[in-house]
Structure formats: C-alpha cells, structure tokens
Design a binder for this molecule. Structure first.
Ligand code: HEC
Length: 115
C-alpha cells in the first residue's frame, strides 16, 4: 500500500515536469516571446499592433536615420514563418532564430491573441 501511493505520487510529479499540456499554447507562446533561445522578441517588438520608432540617430554625414519596428500582429502565418525561418534575414537589426514549427505556431498564436 505504501509503495502504491509512492508510485502514484512519483508518477504525478514526474509527469507534471515533462507534460507541457500543463501550460496552454498561449502561455507557451508568451514564454517564447520573452525567451526564444536568443534575444527576446519583446525587447524590440513592444507593441505588436503599431509601428514604433526603435531608434533615431545621425549618421556620419549628419543625415537623420530612423529604425522602425514594424507591427507583427497582422501578418499571415506564411509571412511570419518566412521571416523567422530565414537562415539570414534581410534585417540589420533583428537576429536570426532557430525555432521549431511547434514553437513558431505557439509564438504566432500568442502574437495574434495577445492581450
Ligand atoms: C533586436 C531587435 C529585434 C528582436 C530581438 C526581434 N526583432 Fe523582429 N524585427 C526587428 C526589426 C527592426 C524588424 C524590421 C526589419 C528591419 O527593418 O530590420 C523586424 C521584423 C520582424 C518581422 C517582419 C515584419 C514584416 O512586416 O515583415 C517579424 C515577423 C518579426 N520581426 C518577428 C519577431 C519575433 C517573433 C521575434 C522573436 C523571436 C523578433 N522579431 C525579434 C527587430 C527585432
């Protein structure tokens, strides 16, 4: 009887560690948005619905340059995943990532449904 209870307890504790159905797709997406094995999306994409000025500076010829963070909430999954899957994206600012399809889907879901 004692061992039986111990078995149930350890199965429960173990499964709660490996089974990520304990967190929702939304929570998983939110987690990745902050920490996608690289620089967090949230550090640059603060507002996903509106474009924002990331930085303004003057170059060596004294010409003002503005770097814009585009909105990302209205993209289709195809557009979104194309940017994030690129081995080398066209941006001078945004890093490249190595995310799985599952991770990309959760991230996309989060961005679309962000509160
Ligand atoms: C260091 C800042 C930075 C980080 C971190 C970053 N981005 Fe970006 N992102 C940008 C900038 C800037 C652009 C616009 C392209 C450009 O001008 O360089 C962009 C563009 C994009 C685009 C394309 C938008 C379009 O309209 O085509 C998507 C999608 C995107 N980012 C998603 C993400 C996601 C998801 C993450 C996290 C996994 C992330 N970004 C992390 C700065 C960043």
């Amino acid at each position: 009887m004692k061992y039986y209870l111990l078995f149930i307890l350890s199965t429960f504790l173990y499964s709660s560690k490996i089974d990520n159905s304990f967190i929702t797709k939304y929570e998983y997406g939110a987690m990745l948005y902050k920490n996608p094995r690289g620089v967090g999306c949230i550090k640059c994409h603060k507002n996903t619905r509106k474009k924002e000025v990331f930085v303004k500076y003057f170059d060596r010829k004294n010409i003002e340059k503005i770097i814009i963070i585009p909105p990302i909430s209205k993209l289709t999954y195809k557009q979104f995943s194309k940017v994030l899957r690129a081995k080398k994206n066209s941006s001078l600012i945004m890093p490249t990532y190595f995310l799985t399809t599952d991770e990309l889907r959760s991230l996309y879901f989060y961005i679309k449904n962000m509160k």
